[in-house]
Write a protein that binds this ligand. Sequence first.
Ligand SMILES: O=C(CO)[C@H](O)[C@H](O)COP(=O)(O)O
Length: 135
Amino acid sequence: MRIAFAADDENECVRAVVDHLRSEHEVVTADAKTWTSMSRAVAEQVVHGDCDFGVLMCWTGTGTAIAANKIPGARAATVADAWTATNARRWNDANIVALSLKRLAPDVAVECVRAFLAVAEPDPDELGNINDIEP
Ligand SMILES: O=C(CO)[C@H](O)[C@H](O)COP(=O)(O)O
């Protein structure tokens, strides 16, 4: 798949995620200077259909998700474990996964990304009425 990626810092966790993504996907890295602008760039690539999914990393994983979710059509979920990542896709139709680059062990961050991207389609019976809520 084609994955939009951005991180606002560099460390072992970020490198592990990038290495994993590059081993299995085409990675489009957002060229942006701040965590807000990179979040917008990744969200727009996903919403416009240039990329299948987005992966965002910031210190906490929350600011970048909040910023991405300001772009209509972006559904960014902050996750810290594979179960939540899987179900963010399955139950919430998330199209961007956001991770803390400070608090996740590199192998856990990779597990989260792998789990998120492994769910091809959300479960229609589990989506509830999430898409009924308009901004
Ligand atoms: O976690 C974050 C946002 O939720 C940022 O990564 C953290 O706040 C650092 O940002 P900056 O480098 O702009 O100070």
